[in-house]
Ligand binder design. Structure first.
Ligand SMILES: CC(=O)SCCNC(=O)CCNC(=O)[C@H](O)C(C)(C)COP(=O)(O)OP(=O)(O)OC[C@H]1O[C@@H](n2cnc3c(N)ncnc32)[C@H](O)[C@@H]1OP(=O)(O)O
Ligand SMILES: CC(=O)C(=O)O
Length: 533
């Protein structure tokens, strides 16, 4: 049986609030979709959006797709215009994509109120446009907009729009839940009814939006009821609450129903590809996203870890490898000895049979978390703690004697924003057998301290030159105590290849930041394989 996996990330995905893809972005995303193994890549709406016209023009020479074909999206001809005189339809041809996907009205209320035309003219718009494009050698998919709402209101008319498209030569008619308001049981009924009306031959598709949180479930319901073409977007991007997350739909069909849909077993690359696309869209990946999210196979509960130690299948619905993801253990106040043992293994330490050590580390983690630390977001600080328990001491690269930081306002401008004239820090420490006193300036006290620390260490440890702080998060704990509260700081550092997170806690933000900065430097040197004392 033919089954289409149809991606609309570049078209409906791009309709997401805050998303603005350049032509270069689209040209970079398309090969990733192709590598994933989808059959169709809807590139945009040529003729309506200049960037999309340009995308199809450049795609002809700059895009080599191995698995997928490009689809150009657009509307049926306008009411009262002949199809060959409609510039939008002409633009669809000019895009030179082998597939054209036409959006058409199938809800009579839209025909009469949005298009302001007659039922008959709308059917003629469908017939004329499909027939014209097929005669020009295009494969045509018809997206029947608002199909489910339209079917509920007037099933005969909605079905007549589907029939008109098939009669004119459409390869697939996609039943769209444009407003995303449907629930799976209704989708099952409607697809079943349309299937009965048009017979077994014609191919039906599904295009779901996620306004009820059911886009993936609705897509699966449609497939179970006889749809053999499913549309969606990577990472569920799309208008309002998004489209069906195509990877989740496909993973469910492949891994739960055993149908192979993506060519070259692309599902095994899904996590990498979803994250690479998120990089290009510049929208942070959603950690709790099914299958490909960073937390999709991350285990926090100690009881989970103790069973996973016996067999990961006991707490995982599929093997993460099947979607290119990894199992991770999270260490926190909810950890038990098994969590620590498995986390140790993940970090390269075999802690099997070291019951006392595991108990000690578990207790230290629980105590530290009670005091405000958080290790599930700070792997590097946890690894330093673990090494300390394993070897009896933390790796020592330098010894801090003292530090201080001063911030000063412009004279007479002690109030409000923009008043800080300078932030300065002094760090005194011993490294490489020398006592070093260094100063740093920055746009704030933490930045100044970071500069002073780097300056003090870089001669002994030139590796530090490559370290860069990429994120800095502050959280006030016990906020009811106002400015007296405990502060937690999380710092993310990179050396250009790897990224690590550290945590600091203290009665003030500077002290907490200093602790996180120290851990970040120590861990960075450890990773760079610099020998510690
Ligand atoms: C369900 C979906 O997500 S479909 C995809 C939606 N995506 C987009 O809208 C993004 C691209 N859109 C655009 O760039 C513009 O809206 C355009 C170029 C398509 C149209 O722009 P304009 O000509 O300025 O018209 P406007 O957007 O105000 O209205 C849309 C027109 O298309 C008509 N129209 C709407 N759906 C259809 C259809 N399926 N078939 C034919 N005509 C349609 C409307 O009746 C309206 O016609 P009117 O100008 O005679 O009133
Ligand atoms: C076609 C489309 O994007 C929709 O109906 O939602």
């Amino acid at each position: 049986m033919t089954f289409d996996v149809y991606d609309t990330t570049l078209r409906d995905g791009a309709q997401q609030e805050g998303m603005n893809l350049t032509v270069a972005d689209k040209l970079a995303i398309a090969p990733l979709l192709d590598e994933l193994g989808v059959g169709f890549i809807e590139g945009g709406w040529p003729g309506a959006i200049p960037k999309d016209t340009e995308f199809f023009r450049r795609a002809r020479t700059e895009l080599t797709l191995k698995n997928a074909v490009l689809a150009a999206f657009g509307a049926t001809r306008k009411a009262g215009v002949t199809v060959d005189a409609d510039p939008q339809v002409r633009a669809l041809l000019d895009a030179e994509a082998p597939v054209v996907t036409l959006v058409a009205k199938s809800d009579v209320r839209h025909v009469e109120r949005a298009l302001r035309t007659t039922r008959e003219e709308n059917l003629a718009m469908i017939t004329d446009t499909v027939r014209f494009l097929v005669a020009q050698g295009r494969r045509v998919v018809l997206d029947a907009e608002h199909f489910y709402d339209g079917f509920r209101f007037d099933p005969a008319y909605a079905t007549s729009a589907v029939r008109a498209a098939f009669d004119a030569g459409a390869e697939v008619v996609t039943l769209c839940d444009t407003n995303g308001g449907m629930l799976p049981a209704f989708v099952t009924d409607v697809v079943g009814a349309v299937r009965a009306a048009v017979g077994q031959g014609p191919r039906l598709g599904m295009h779901a939006h996620n306004d009820t949180g059911c886009a993936v479930a609705n897509s699966l319901a449609a497939v179970a009821a006889g749809a053999s073409h499913v549309q969606g977007t990577v990472n569920g991007y799309g208008e309002r609450t998004g489209n069906a997350d195509l990877i989740a739909v496909v993973a469910n069909l492949e891994l739960k129903h055993g149908v192979e849909l993506l060519v070259n077993a692309g599902l095994r690359e899904a996590t990498r590809i979803a994250h690479a696309i998120a990089e290009i869209t510049n929208i942070a990946p959603f950690a709790r996203q099914p299958y490909v999210g960073a937390s999709a196979f991350a285990h926090k509960g100690g009881l989970h870890a103790s069973a996973i130690k016996v067999d990961p299948d006991l707490y995982q619905h599929v093997d993460p490898v099947a979607v290119g993801n990894d199992m991770r253990m999270l260490v926190s106040e909810m950890a038990g000895r098994a969590s620590i043992e498995l986390k140790g293994r993940e970090l390269g330490f075999d802690l099997t049979g070291q019951g006392d050590l595991l108990a000690r580390v578990t207790t230290r983690v629980k105590d530290a978390e009670a005091a405000g630390y958080t290790y599930d977001a700070a792997d590097a600080s946890f690894e330093l703690l673990l090494r300390e328990e394993l070897t009896g001491q933390r790796p020592v690269y330098f010894e801090v004697e003292s530090w201080r930081t001063i911030i000063e306002t412009l004279p007479g401008q002690g109030q409000g924003r923009g008043a800080v004239a300078s932030a300065e820090a002094t760090v005194k420490l011993r490294a490489g057998g020398e006592r070093i006193v260094s100063t740093g300036e920055g746009n704030g006290p933490v930045n100044a301290l970071d500069q002073a620390l780097r300056k003090a260490l870089v001669r002994t440890y030139p590796q530090i030159e490559r370290f860069a702080l990429t994120d800095f998060k502050v959280r006030i704990l016990e906020s009811e105590q106002g400015t007296d509260s405990t502060t937690r700081v999380l710092v993310v550092t990179t050396d250009g290849e790897r990224t690590w997170s550290t945590v600091g806690v203290g009665p003030n933000i500077i002290e907490a930041s200093w602790e996180a900065l120290l851990d970040a430097h120590v861990f960075g040197l450890l990773q760079a394989k610099v020998e510690a004392r």
